[in-house]
Unconditional design. Structure first.
Length: 651
């Protein structure tokens, strides 16, 4: 008789046989199977045995009944199905003789009275699969219908999860043998290179396997004839070897074409070469339904492959958008540390002014990490109010708050397996900080309005333009969260402190933007570069890119001129010009600018002009250059021009 074996739960290993027609699962003491679990309803689910065919109903339970991890309202159980009720999992073991290999093996012997079935009131009206007949129905017909429906459901599920033709063929073979009892099922696909057909999969029943050596082969003429008419083709084996094609009466062979874009690309052949049992019209319709689903799945696999290739091309094409271009030694050290940190799965805090490239560093951490093939999800914590930020991060259930009209999946769930980038984390509310700390500690979240715990595997990379140590002292940021996200800290210097990057970045942005929209500009004039070097860039690298983009819009020739730059850049360049009393200086600078200067020469000349303008005062020079005094000292030492400036302490 059918039975349920407790696979996991308090009574693992216990076997529960279906002695009667009904088996009631629930928390009530009068249930046949009592499950002391708060997640289980008082009357949770019921199994009904109809002559060995077991049907499982969910009795409108609070947390649902699951078969093979799929929520059900009612379903026909098959051997090996796993039923989960609350935190207990049962494995269903069917009665060995209760599942005929095909409807033809069943014997009509049983009628079902209306009172033997649960009323519709206890069933979920929205997901009910079928209504049972209220009149007497022969057992064989009932088994035939439900066996085929269950098989369709199972094979559709298996095909939808299949990634290869072999997996699809195995699913079809199991379906045909279980529901129809055919002895052989073969899946062929056209081989354009060999101008013929290739058998991708063959499934044999036990009877056919015993006589596999004597089975007649399927000829290419049969496959060609099926492809030519593009319709199902019937056949009948004569004398155990020869095949009469087109014989629809008492046909024991059926070939169904698989078409894509009105072209036959494959053929499914089902036959009974040993018993010569007839393949009925119903059997043909059943197989044709499977083929239609096969075609849909093949199209999905093809589209997924296309999307993967397109995604790869887009990643290669957009790689330049996230490239980090630098000649500065400090940035090179940051990049080296980024590459090492990418290999480890620890949280990273990136600090720096707005526009210094914090998101680029975060993307580099993701792209060079083992998580590179999983999602990278970015959230700007400063752009959303507190309630919306928590919903954005953790998701919410329908009705969790006013305006929550449907369930929303949060960013943590979307980033599962990948990286979540939390930009401007210093602006996060205390409530969101507490929930974020729990995620980092426990690796689990709860949607707003839900008690369900969801496990997530996410690497968190945070960024801020604030000094979090000061925010902790002010009580604006949790100290425990600060140390949790600051396992490794990457500090990005502002662009004004790495001016050697300005020329290379300007040229890089020029080349990048030239491919985005038509422009005749090919080069940057040396005077334009001098103006760019003189500006202090409060918006850092992002502002430099915007300046180049604006200049390209205004430029009409092949050279980017100073007149194409914004007024604030030109004003900064004017302030940095040397005094007019040194009449020979402009001509010398112009002469050197026209030659093939290195980046170091350009920077050295600019520092010399500023020092001369301020009469060697390092404090004023550093202020005009937009760098710290320490950086200026390093530059003076590097270029050997310390004697050109006098120390501010003498002022």
């Amino acid at each position: 008789m059918p039975k349920f074996v407790v696979k996991s739960g308090p009574h693992a290993g216990r076997e529960i046989e279906m002695v009667g027609e009904r088996l009631l699962f629930g928390r009530n003491d009068d249930c046949d199977v009592v499950i002391a679990d708060p997640d289980v309803s008082r009357n949770h689910a019921q199994a009904l045995n109809l002559d060995g065919m077991v049907i499982l109903y969910d009795l409108n339970s609070s947390n649902g009944t699951f078969v093979n991890d799929v929520p059900i309202s009612r379903t026909f159980l098959m051997n090996g199905d796993e039923v989960r009720i609350g935190n207990t999992t049962f494995k269903f073991i069917a009665e060995p003789s209760s599942y005929p290999s095909s409807p033809r093996d069943a014997v009509a012997s049983l009628t079902i009275a209306p009172e033997s079935l649960p009323s519709n009131e206890v069933l979920d009206q929205n997901t009910r699969m079928l209504s049972f007949p209220r009149e007497g129905v022969e057992s064989a017909i009932l088994k035939d219908v439900y066996l085929k429906l269950k098989t369709l459901y199972r094979v559709f599920l298996e095909i939808s999860q299949s990634e290869t033709l072999k997996d699809i063929g195995e699913a079809l073979g199991r379906a045909a043998l279980l529901a129809l009892g055919v002895e052989r099922l073969s899946l062929y696909f056209r081989d354009d290179t060999a101008h013929g057909w290739t058998c991708f999969y063959t499934h044999l029943s036990t009877t056919a396997k015993a006589k596999s050596q004597a089975l007649p082969p399927l000829s290419s003429s049969l496959l060609d004839a099926t492809a030519a008419q593009a319709d199902p083709l019937y056949g009948r084996w004569e004398n155990g070897a020869s095949l009469e094609i087109g014989a629809s009466e008492k046909a024991d062979l059926l070939a169904i074409p698989i078409s894509r874009n009105k072209h036959v690309v494959g053929i499914l052949v089902a036959d009974n070469p040993v018993s010569h049992d007839t393949i009925s019209k119903d059997d043909a319709d059943f197989l044709f339904t499977l083929v239609l689903h096969l075609v849909v799945r093949l199209r999905q696999i093809e589209q997924v492959d296309h999307l993967r290739q397109e995604n790869l091309e887009l990643r290669q094409r957009s790689g330049d958008d996230y490239a980090i271009v630098t000649q500065d030694e400090r940035m090179k050290r940051v990049m080296s540390l980024t590459m090492r940190a990418a290999e480890r799965d620890c949280p990273v805090l990136i600090t720096g002014e707005t526009g210094t490239g914090k998101e680029l560093i975060a993307r580099s951490l993701h792209n060079y990490s083992p998580r590179r093939n999983k999602p990278f999800v970015a959230v700007n914590c400063a752009a959303l109010p507190d309630t919306l930020l928590e919903s954005e991060l953790f998701g919410h259930e329908k009705g969790a708050f006013t305006g929550a009209v449907e369930r929303r999946i949060g960013k943590f769930e979307l980033a599962d397996g990948g990286t979540l980038f939390l930009d401007e984390i210093g602006d996060m509310s205390p409530s969101a900080q507490a929930k974020l700390l729990r995620v980092l500690q426990e690796g689990e979240i709860q949607r707003l309005g839900s008690n369900k715990i969801i496990k997530v595997n996410v690497r968190v990379v945070a960024a801020t333009n604030k000094t979090l140590e000061q925010e902790v002292e002010k009580g604006n940021f949790r100290q425990d969260l600060y140390y949790r996200i600051r396992v490794l800290e990457l500090v990005l210097p502002p662009l004004r402190e790495r001016r050697s990057d300005i020329p290379v970045l300007a040229q890089y942005f020029l080349e990048q933007l030239r491919h985005r929209f038509p422009t005749p500009v090919k080069t940057i004039h040396p005077d334009t570069m001098q103006c760019l070097l003189a500006y202090h860039y409060p918006g850092n690298v992002r502002e430099l890119r915007n300046i180049i983009e604006r200049a390209l819009v205004l430029a009409t020739g092949e050279v980017l001129l100073p007149e194409h730059l914004p007024a604030e850049v030109l004003e900064a360049a004017k302030l940095a010009e040397p005094p007019t009393s040194a009449s020979e200086r402009p001509s010398q600078a112009a002469q050197r600018a026209s030659s093939n200067l290195s980046l170091a020469d350009i920077e050295r000349d600019h520092i010399l002009r500023v020092l001369e303008m301020v009469q060697g005062n390092k404090v004023k020079a550093a202020s005009i250059l937009g760098i710290s005094r320490t950086t200026l000292y390093e530059k003076l030492k590097e270029y050997g021009i310390e004697g050109k400036a006098r120390d501010e302490s003498l002022e």
